[in-house]
Ligand binder design. Sequence first.
Ligand SMILES: [Ca+2]
Ligand SMILES: [Ca+2]
Length: 198
Amino acid sequence: MDFEHEYVNSSTNHWYISFLSKNYNEKMLEFRSAGNAVKTSADNAVYLPAGEYWIGVASSTYYSNMDYTVTVNYERNIGQYETESNNTMATASQISLDKPITGNIFPRDDVDYYKFTVTKTTDVYIYFEHNYINSSTNHWYIQIFEKNTNKKLEFRVKGNQVITSSDKVNLEPGEYYVTVAVSTYHSTMDYTLTVKTQ
Ligand SMILES: [Ca+2]
Ligand SMILES: [Ca+2]
């Protein structure tokens, strides 16, 4: 989402923009725009099913009656992104082996569930990427487990660890789930994960 306005000679926030779920009860995204920031883009995308959503614009620390323009940028999701809400096994986003999927953790208590199927006994590992964050603290917590919640693999990813290949785990044929959740620190930055077989 982009938010634009004419220049105001002030680095203080003048506008507060929020993107709300169709039920109007869940914040999917929020950011602020300073007077001298003529174009502000949201830090991350939200990946949503078709439906109605709401954008709220309010004054922030300072008030301006100046006109503003809001643009919602849209890209069709054909499986390259998670689809919220995917916070339970039942609503998991389906993924294919060796095909990357991108998502992010927002709000902090967001959990992303992905479901994949193994048709023959195979070794898999998770390849996890994100942009650099200047922090050696863990930001993401990733697990693979079976439908009966038997955990097969878990690992954490630090902010400054831009590429991670997990240990390999040997899986029997069946359905499995990957979850991505916040670790010690929270980042809304996009991550891309792939369940790899080689
Ligand atoms: Ca998510
Ligand atoms: Ca989620």
